[in-house]
Design a binder for this molecule. Structure first.
Ligand code: NAI
Ligand code: MG
Length: 357
């Protein structure tokens, strides 16, 4: 089953805080199922404290040569978040046109949802990842004066909306589950960008007559993620709405420590990036108790993207086995196990499941 030569080269940025703890654990698991070529970059907040930038000036050119990027987390208590985010994460997403941020939310058997009677949750939030509210267009007037003014412009392009909506529909077809796409909007109050969003959604939806559609205002969507989470399949939203709702979809499936994500350039012209939804979690960093499963499942999404579907599945099955078993879990899931013990158990489950085959 193991291939002898690495077919793919992976750039690894462990980043800050718990990123440095979960990334090596994910690679231990990946090593068990396939051989990839890893190159490590020490970019992030420590790098910033020495060089006054989050990554070198030629970092994007360096990354461009890789088949994929594996990222831990970025964020440091002593550095403003807009510096860390705009110094590393957002430039990578934008430079490589990773316009679809794909965030599955699956309630694993054996894991308790904080919702009573949640039912089976199996949905994917697809978040627009390059424009919208995070386009970073705007400015200050009278900066730091009492009469200071800030303007932050959201940018919606027909091309940008159509392509992410199309990705959502293609995903609904491929998943072949509820065959439904929900659009998140706010066109009642935002009469320009969100109206373009609605029109683009309707146009793309017409190309997929076999897929059911639904359009929800973002506030109603927040309510319905809690009230009827089992009704969702693929959900597509703008950068801001998708960001917020995917934290909600993550927590209703038990813990943000389980939430994986992919920043995809579906055209495959550029490397895609795989990272857990969670941040650097400074409150628990350095204690060996962070849940590695979000990072491990992000690694599995990377394998799937690279075409190593069977290896990806074997990781997912092992995680499901471990969670159903319920004995070994980190504190965020109510357990007392360490990060390392959870990873060891995933590897043991891969070995065990392999025998069953
Ligand atoms: P966070 O996701 O780091 O932590 C939120 C809460 O969830 C914390 O109580 C944390 O302990 C817990 N948590 C997160 N991941 C966990 C895991 N794998 N296992 C167990 N518990 C886990 O979000 P927060 O605290 O808002 O941000 C911390 C820093 O991370 C900030 O600097 C922020 O800007 C950055 N951040 C970076 C992201 C990224 O790199 N993509 C995403 C979100 C935040
Ligand atoms: Mg977020």
């Amino acid at each position: 089953m193991l291939s002898l030569m690495a077919q793919f080269s992976i750039a690894v940025i462990a980043g800050d805080g718990v990123g440095g703890e979960v990334v090596p654990e994910a690679i231990r698991v990946l090593d068990r199922v396939t051989k990839l070529d890893y190159t490590y970059f020490d970019w992030g907040s420590e790098y910033f404290l020495h060089h006054r930038r989050m990554m070198p000036a030629d970092a994007l050119d360096t990354l461009r040569k890789f088949d994929a990027i594996l990222l831990g987390a970025i964020g440091h208590p002593d550095i403003p978040d807009h510096i860390t985010l705009n110094g590393l994460l957002l430039p990578i997403r934008r430079a490589f046109d990773q316009y679809a941020n794909v965030r599955p939310a699956f309630l694993y058997p054996g894991v308790a949802s904080p919702l009573a009677n949640a039912g089976p949750i199996d949905m994917i939030v697809v978040r627009e990842n390059t424009e919208g509210e995070y386009a970073q267009v705007g400015g200050f007037l009278y900066q730091h004066q009492p009469e200071e003014v800030a303007i932050q412009t959201a940018v919606f392009t027909r091309r940008g909306v159509e392509r992410v909506v199309r990705h959502a529909f293609e995903l609904a077809v491929r998943r072949n589950k509820k065959r439904k796409v929900t659009s998140i909007t706010k066109s009642n109050a935002q009469g320009f960008g969100m109206v373009l969003w609605d029109r683009a959604f309707a146009k793309v939806a017409a190309e997929f007559p076999e897929i059911d559609t639904e359009s929800l205002l973002v506030d109603a969507a927040a309510m319905n993620f809690v009230r009827r989470p089992a009704s969702f399949d693929v959900v597509v939203g703008s950068n801001l709405f998708g960001d917020i709702l995917s934290d909600l979809s993550a927590v209703i499936t038990g813990s943000i420590g389980l939430a994986a994500s992919a920043n995809l350039d579906p055209t495959r012209k550029n490397p895609s990036m795989f990272e857990p939804v969670h941040g650097s979690a400074p409150d628990i960093a350095g204690r060996g108790v962070v849940n590695p499963l979000a990072m491990i499942l992000s690694g599995s999404m990377m394998l799937d993207h690279l075409g190593l579907a069977e290896a990806a599945k074997s990781i997912e099955r092992a995680v499901a086995t471990l969670l159903a078993d319920g004995k070994i879990r980190t504190p965020d899931l109510g357990g007392i196990s360490s990060t390392r013990e959870v990873t060891d158990a995933v590897i043991a489950a891969i070995n065990g499941n392999a025998h069953v085959h």
